[in-house]
Design a protein around this ligand. Structure first.
Ligand SMILES: [Zn+2]
Length: 517
């Protein structure tokens, strides 16, 4: 319980933080040390504001201020600012994959400082969001000092995209195509190979409280280690006034000048590697779902994760995720059919490998009204435990680069499939209903595990770019039942009773969804 006390209104705190930031930017010109001090105060204020009200714009601004401190200082001071920034980024849980990347790069940079221990701790917490090894190698290339290109090793992950070796040679910007209208625009930048990129903004217009870029703002996508043959200015018209491309050191900046307030989403598509920037004057998804009306629900697809030569995660005593997920699905399916009268498809009915895109293709062909993918969580942090449910992130930046490595690893080659699947993504209602189903699943899990298993933490609903959810045309969730890597939860997952409770949670969530709750 927090003591009841008069707190200053958020607007006052924000105004003070902005004054400090302005003073910092002036001081940085002449007195770097003083500027960094003021920026640090602004960062601390904004961090406090974020922790009180959870307004993401406060966290975003605090992160920007910490970055400024990192640039203005060196050694221990710079790394202490990195710790503060990375820890805050990790708290904004919707950006967990991005936070992992930031923590990883900071840890490399601060390997010889006192900050390393704390960065190690943040990395352990974020471990479930460690991206695929190919992405980690891209980050390594980004962090490494410039070196002569090494001869490529042809035996190294030949069938895995994106091609990490391309990051060490120059990637060329092959084309920039803007498509615009009054209320939306898409800019597609085609590259000769894969690279990492940063999304930022420029000018005095911060993101507003809803995370939108304000009118007159410039969205900037920086493509790391790329070459551009010549600077270009492309007039667009409508929501985007024009797009500029310019070389900046060893990278290329794509500057998108907005005519009015806009929502944005930046992601990549493989083969050929393209960075896509979507901006729209309306939010991509309505996040409210009307309750109280029964929803027609006749068919459900249950997707037991992994199978065959892909065992999924393996517990400390050898319990295999693929066996647990299949058993939970086998317990839930007959109840859905007999008690709720719902036609149920299992994407696999026995111990066999089914590609991720094949799973959703089966659900789509079955005309399923819901898709529930069942998994066990795993973390290098043996203390991590609890139940969480993921929905596909369709509204934030870098949806495709949020590679949730562990669940996607079996089908990284299927990354290419995402190209053909993305256009079928139905935003809006499907996304909102997915989030709603995920909330219901967390609630029914807590209810089902009450009593004997009441100590199981409710880890809530998270968003990530799981390939298995990308292709689903219906509301879809990925249910991480418990941590198989936690010795206690592994022991529970091995029992029929605990699996039955989890199956009951799935059934009860689907029932609640149908009843319009
Ligand atoms: Zn899994």
């Amino acid at each position: 319980m927090r003591e009841a006390r008069e707190l200053p209104p958020r607007t006052e705190v924000v105004a003070l933080a902005d004054e400090l930031a302005v003073a910092a930017s002036r001081a940085l010109v002449g007195d770097t040390g003083r500027g960094a001090e003021l920026d640090e105060l602004a960062a601390r204020l904004r961090t406090r504001a974020y922790r009180l009200d959870r307004v993401e714009a406060d966290a975003a601004e605090a992160i920007e201020r910490w970055r400024s401190v990192e640039r203005a200082t060196t050694g221990e001071a710079s790394c202490a600012a990195s710790v503060a920034r990375v820890r805050l980024a990790a708290e904004v849980s919707r950006d967990a994959t991005h936070a992992w990347r930031d923590a990883y790069l900071a840890e490399k940079r601060c390997a010889d400082t006192a900050a390393k221990t704390e960065l190690d701790r943040v990395m352990r917490e974020l471990d479930p969001w460690r991206p695929a090894s190919t992405v980690v190698r891209l980050l390594d290339a980004e962090a490494a000092p410039p070196a002569p290109p090494a001869p490529p090793d042809p035996a190294d992950d030949v069938d895995v995209a994106p091609d990490a070796s391309a990051a060490t040679s120059a990637v060329r910007v092959v084309g920039i195509e803007p498509y615009g209208s009054a209320d939306r625009a898409r800019i597609v930048v085609t590259l000769s190979g894969a690279t990492t990129f940063e999304v930022g903004r420029e000018g005095a217009n911060p993101l507003d409280a809803k995370g939108r870029a304000a009118k007159g703002a410039r969205l900037i996508v920086t493509l790391d280690r790329t070459s551009l043959a010549q600077a270009r200015v492309l007039p667009v018209g409508g929501l985007v006034e024009r797009v500029r491309a310019e070389a900046r050191g060893r990278s290329t900046r794509i500057v998108i000048e907005l005519a009015s307030t806009a929502w944005r989403r930046v992601f990549y598509l493989p083969e050929p590697f393209r960075v896509v920037v979507d901006v729209a004057s309306h939010p991509p998804a309505q996040l409210t779902v009307p309750a109280g009306h029964a929803r027609p629900l006749r068919r459900v697809a249950l997707d037991p994760g992994h199978g065959g030569n892909d065992p999924g995660a393996i517990g400390p005593t050898g319990l295999r995720e693929k066996d647990v997920t299949l058993d939970i699905a086998h317990r839930a399916a007959p109840v859905l059919a007999h008690e709720l009268g719902i036609l149920t498809l299992l994407t696999r009915d026995d111990d066999r490998y089914v590609a991720l895109d094949e799973r959703t293709a089966r659900a789509n062909a079955f005309h399923a009204d819901l898709f529930v993918s069942i998994h066990c969580n795993a973390s290098e942090n043996a203390a991590a435990r609890g139940v969480m449910t993921f929905v596909l992130d369709t509204s934030r930046d870098e949806i495709a680069s949020r590679v949730a490595a562990r669940e996607n690893a079996a089908s990284l080659a299927a990354g290419a499939q995402v190209t053909s699947l993305l256009p079928r993504l139905r935003l809006g209602e499907v996304g909102a209903l997915s989030s709603h189903l995920a909330e219901l699943l967390q609630r029914t899990s807590t209810a089902s595990l009450a009593g004997r298993y009441a100590d199981t933490p409710d880890q809530g609903v998270k968003t990530a770019g799981f390939f298995v959810l990308v292709g689903a045309e219906m509301p879809s969730v990925l249910y991480e039942t418990s941590f198989i890597s936690h010795p206690g939860e592994e022991a529970r997952l091995a029992t029929a009773e605990y699996r039955q409770k989890l199956a009951d949670a799935v059934v009860n969530a689907i029932r609640a969804y149908r009843e319009g709750r």
